[in-house]
Design a binder for this molecule. Structure first.
Ligand code: ADP
Ligand code: MG
Length: 615
């Protein structure tokens, strides 16, 4: 039998390598723009058609290439950026592997026009699927102009794998933002289907952040600075009250390169500990400068992961400088945000006087009078709710045999809920719910003491209600007398366009204006007590956040979850007995009373065993 091992032809090897470097149109944008930066350009224009699926063009005014280099650039491992292995340890440029152009040319049709300032004529090269189809001298501008057409035309499986245009465009915008934020001294523009998405003039870092994310971010930026022998840190962090519920404004850069760094992200979260509203993330734009020899940027082909030599020290330095900046901000007299005093969860303090907890008991509460509604928007019972109220039965079946008896000796056939009424008092002062710290509802059950998280319970109830309304197309719109105008960033507007119909299904009535703001003309009639603009923003942020939520949810579910979170009764709200009863009734009328729609547990039972062991 003859030998069977063969070397792969270059075109095949390049196509395989391309799989690593070129995952989608945004990877092409990233590689080309980084090359332009390495070429010393001061102006870089990105022009895409159909989210990069039809064409991606990057035009720069950088150093250009000689005819020979223009040809060489497409060879694998062809790079002008390193010549010996030791250069790898002192990399200052964004590219160095010499793989990008070879990879791109293996899976697309590429046109290159390039000219150095000292040359009379430039070079034109056309290449497709690694085959040069044309090379000639040409008249063209100084700098380099790449056009990439029909990405993955020869790899149908990958082309099919591309997502809808809005998603691919979002990836392009993300990559564009990352490079634009690293190089405010470079003028950038991004144009999609003949619409200018960004035009960013040369500026300083702070102005660049504002030009990318909208001018309102300016008032929320706090500078951060640290200068040590190991690392120099600079940049801006967002004030706690500007924190958002989703990823999108979290950026680390190392030596001019965007990186992801979960460990350092933890340092940021730690610095903000206790300062952030629940489930929000602070914005940050943090630039690290380190000796290139102390980092390893070669661990991932797309180079967003970086290994620092002395990670722990950098963590500590970052944490200290974040705390310093936040501290300065917190003691500053111009505290320009209002603290929401309605949320007042008492915190035990060592030096303070300890008060006995006050439990809110209404001795006149009548458990049989169960149709009163409470102060917060109380859920309505539907036929399905009533059907599902047997959940109570499921949970508590066998109660009577448990030896845990009630004192009621009347012969009234108790409604399911009333069977767990606690044991020790006469009828009129029967207590079956207590509120603890304005956060939990306590109620005795067969096996012990049930603790219900009030906010989570309400979230579950509202979620099922909203989904029911959307499912039955029964949402109602309340028209606003004064339409509210809310400003959004470009990626946010993209998202709004994508999910517009889903948002409308909940009863919102709105228009997108000038690709920068949304005019809310009507809102779901159930949400009248909420800040409608904030609610709309929260919805958009949740829907944009693909990373935070591993569970793949339908857009409408995400929207319902967010609406339920925003509308749920907050911690710190004292509830009347009727309200508690109502909440508990409706919770057990839900299809899934045990967990919030985002998977947090709502109920916990402290068992009799546990209680007895403690006494
Ligand atoms: P790398 O960036 O890792 O060196 P690439 O495949 O991205 O590899 O590019 C190969 C080479 O082509 C670069 O090293 C550079 O010399 C040249 N090149 C690419 N893009 C440009 C550009 N826009 N301007 C000038 N030279 C470029
Ligand atoms: Mg490169």
């Amino acid at each position: 039998m003859s030998d069977i091992i063969k070397l792969l032809p270059d075109s095949v090897a390049n196509q395989i390598a391309a799989g690593e470097v070129v995952q989608r149109p945004s990877s092409v944008v990233k590689e080309l723009v980084e090359n332009s930066i390495d070429a010393g350009a001061s102006n870089i224009q990105v022009v895409v058609k159909d989210a990069g699926k039809t064409s991606i063009q990057v035009i720069d005014n950088g150093c250009g290439m000689s005819p020979m280099d223009a040809r060489m650039a497409f060879e694998r491992h062809a790079t002008s950026k390193i010549t010996e292995a030791k250069d790898l340890f002192a990399i200052q440029t964004l590219g160095f592997r010499g793989e990008a152009l070879a990879s791109i040319a293996a899976v697309a049709e590429v046109k290159l026009r390039t000219k150095r300032i000292e040359d009379e004529l430039g070079t034109a090269i056309d290449i497709a699927a690694s085959e040069i189809t044309m090379q000639e001298a040409t008249v063209c501008a100084n700098g380099t102009n790449f056009t990439i057409r029909n990405l993955f035309f020869n790899v149908p499986a990958r082309r099919k794998f591309l997502k809808v245009n809005n998603t691919e465009l979002k990836h392009i915008i993300n990559e564009f933002q990352r490079v634009a934020l690293t190089h405010p001294e470079i003028e950038f523009s991004l144009n999609h289907n003949n619409v200018d998405i960004y035009h960013l003039p040369q500026s300083n870092f702070r102005q660049r952040i504002c030009n990318v994310f909208g001018k309102t971010i300016n008032q929320h930026l706090v500078p951060i600075n640290a200068d040590t022998s190991i690392v120099k840190i600079s940049g801006f962090i967002g004030k706690p009250e500007a924190a958002k519920k989703t990823f999108g404004e979290q950026f680390f850069f190392v030596n001019g390169r965007f990186i992801k760094h979960p460990y350092l992200h933890k340092a940021v979260l730690k610095a903000y500990d206790q300062l952030l509203p629940n489930e929000t993330l602070p914005s940050y734009f943090i630039y690290f400068n380190v000796d290139p020899e102390t980092i390893d940027i070669n661990i991932h082909p797309t180079k967003t992961e970086v290994k620092f030599e002395d990670e722990q020290s950098i963590y500590q330095i970052l944490l200290a400088s974040l705390r310093e900046s936040l501290g300065k901000f917190n003691i500053a007299p111009s505290l320009d945000f209002t603290i929401d005093t309605s949320i007042d969860i008492p915190v035990a303090r060592k030096d303070g006087e300890i008060k006995q907890p006050v439990i809110d008991i209404n001795p006149f509460y009548n458990p049989f009078d169960n149709e009163k509604t409470g102060g917060y928007s109380s859920p309505r019972m539907s036929q399905r709710d009533i059907d599902n109220s047997q959940n109570w039965d499921k949970l508590y079946s066998g109660f009577e045999q448990s030896g845990f008896t009630t004192n009621r000796d009347d012969d009234v056939e108790a409604a399911p809920v009333d069977r767990f009424v606690s044991a020790n008092t006469s009828e009129n002062s029967t207590i079956n719910t207590l509120q603890l710290k304005n956060k939990y509802i306590l109620t005795p059950v067969k096996s012990g003491l049930m603790v219900i998280d009030q906010k989570r319970a309400h979230e579950r109830i509202l979620f099922e209600q909203f989904m029911g309304m959307v499912y039955h197309e029964q949402s109602f719109t309340q028209q606003s007398l004064f339409p509210e105008v809310v400003e959004f960033t470009v990626p946010e507007i993209q998202c709004i366009k994508e999910i517009g119909d889903d948002i409308r299904a909940f009863g919102f009535d709105f228009e997108v204006n000038n690709d920068s703001e949304v005019v809310i003309k009507g809102y779901p009639s159930d949400s009248s007590t909420l800040n409608v603009g904030e609610l709309f923003k929260d919805i958009v942020h949740t829907c944009m956040d693909d990373t935070a939520n591993d569970i793949k949810l339908e857009k409408r579910e995400k929207i319902a979850i967010q609406m339920a979170k925003s509308a749920a009764v907050p911690y710190g709200k004292s509830l009347t007995h009727e309200e508690m009863r109502n909440l508990v009734d409706h919770l057990f009328a839900c299809e899934m009373p045990n967990f919030t729609p985002s998977g947090k547990s709502i109920i916990s039972i402290l068992t009799m065993d546990e209680i007895e062991k403690r006494l």
